[in-house]
Design a protein around this ligand. Structure first.
Ligand code: AQP
Length: 404
């Protein structure tokens, strides 16, 4: 596949006022054709991790949990890349983006909150610039095949491998209800959380996915998906496609208040920048980011996690990965001026998203229609794979008996 150039200006839409379902937002590039030309001149990135051209069209799948308003980590680690892929992939590439609500319920959820957050997450996917005419955007719980394939895969998934997943281990470590009767602190941790990566494998494998764009925190889960696909194929015949990981350029955006942990929806107040924050809120939070007392600005993730996280933010918002160079460009700035520069790039990079989100999110009828159409398309493809899997295992509808 030819190398492709990333231009963040072309990656999103900003608000326009036409009727639901027919509205078409203007790409930022066409609204501001001469702005930020340098961001298009940044290093070239390739769509595929492989240098050999794929023999089959790519299928790209990724998901986001409706557990709160997406933050800058979700944006740089996932959503921005989803939009870039949408804008750069050849027409033969299929793109599926999913609101993974079945994953969200691995933590307790209030039903009314979950209903609203699913809708809000759909709105955010549209607000960042995903287009329903190019991508299948849908909610996981509307496609029953995800749970069905998960069950099948869970019969192949070794529990010792699941117990080694970092995300499970960190939830185990966090668990609050340790008591002498529960030394592992595991009683609040449920089977669904333990088997979360198996459901994730089912999400991916149902669609013949070749490429999964995610942040670094998901790489271990994807290894499991690859291994389950391989195991299934070796046992029952080659039906499942073994996917590749497409790591986002922003591998891990760190918390503003604790820069050695990743920015997370469930993190402390002031630790995230959410995509619906106002410019003043963004500036305030970046000004309050934890840094250090070492003079000057430099890039060293180990020694200066806070400053380096902010340097990376400038880079990732402007499609640059020469973080040392960025730090040198900021060398002479005081910490306050440096943070203002970081805030400028974040505010500029997120421009238009909040307004578009506010405009779409209240339109329940429109969002329901988008979800319904997305689920219809996803069901078609997912059921095809599930049918083949069931048949190969000797289940489901029996093939017609041969006449001989
Ligand atoms: N800090 C991050 N840096 C880079 N990428 C990130 N992602 C999440 N946090 C960062 C990527 O965002 C995508 C969707 O994530 P998710 O919402 O499904 O789940 P998550 O990783 O559990 O997100 P949070 O914010 O950390 O939620 P909580 O607090 O509920 O656990 C994924 O591709 C992920 O890599």
């Amino acid at each position: 596949m030819l190398p492709v150039r990333i231009c963040s200006n072309a990656s999103r839409h900003v608000g326009c006022k036409v009727a639901p379902l027919t509205r078409r937002a203007l790409p930022i590039a066409s609204k501001y054709p001469f702005q930020k030309p340098t961001s298009c001149d940044q290093p070239k990135r390739s769509l595929s991790t492989s240098t050999t051209p794929p023999t089959h069209p790519e299928v790209i799948f990724s998901g986001i949990q409706p557990t709160g308003v997406p933050h800058l980590g979700n944006y740089l680690g996932a959503l921005k890349q989803w939009v870039d892929l949408q804008n750069l992939a050849p027409p033969s590439t299929e793109l599926l983006y999913c609101v993974v609500d079945l994953h969200a319920i691995t933590q307790p959820q209030d039903p009314n909150d979950l209903r609203r957050r699913r809708q809000d997450t759909m709105a955010m996917l549209l607000a960042v610039g995903l287009k329903t005419e190019r991508c299948v955007i849908f909610e996981q719980s509307r496609v029953a095949a995800h749970s069905q394939l998960m069950w099948v895969l869970s019969t192949l998934a070794p529990t010792n491998l699941l117990a080694r997943q970092t995300q499970w281990k960190s939830k185990l470590a966090e668990s609050e209800d340790r008591s002498p009767l529960d030394p592992d602190g595991s009683s609040k941790l449920k089977l669904g959380l333990f088997s979360y990566p198996v459901l994730q494998a089912a999400d991916i494998l149902l669609y013949g996915t070749t490429l999964v764009p995610v942040g670094e925190d998901q790489v271990q889960h994807l290894e499991l998906a690859r291994s389950l696909a391989g195991k299934f194929n070796r046992t029952f015949g080659k039906i499942l496609v073994v996917p590749k990981v497409k790591l986002a350029p922003a591998k891990r955006v760190m918390s503003l208040t604790n820069p050695t942990s990743k920015m997370s929806k469930s993190g402390a107040v002031n630790s995230q920048i959410n995509l619906d924050h106002s410019e003043s809120e963004i500036r305030l939070r970046i000004r309050g980011a934890l840094t250090d007392s070492i003079p000057g600005i430099s890039y060293d993730r180990e020694a200066r996690p806070g400053v380096s996280n902010l340097v990376e933010m400038i880079g990732n918002m402007t499609n640059r990965d020469d973080f040392e160079v960025i730090a040198r460009e900021c060398e002479g700035l005081g910490m306050k001026e440096f943070k203002d520069r970081v805030a400028d790039s974040v505010v500029e990079g997120l421009k238009g998203i909040k307004e578009e989100y506010e405009r779409i999110k209240g339109d329940a009828g429109y969002l329901e229609e988008i979800s319904r159409i997305g689920a219809e398309k996803a069901n078609r493809k997912a059921n095809e794979t599930l049918g083949k899997v069931m048949e190969a295992m000797g289940m489901g509808v029996n093939p017609a008996p041969s006449s001989s």
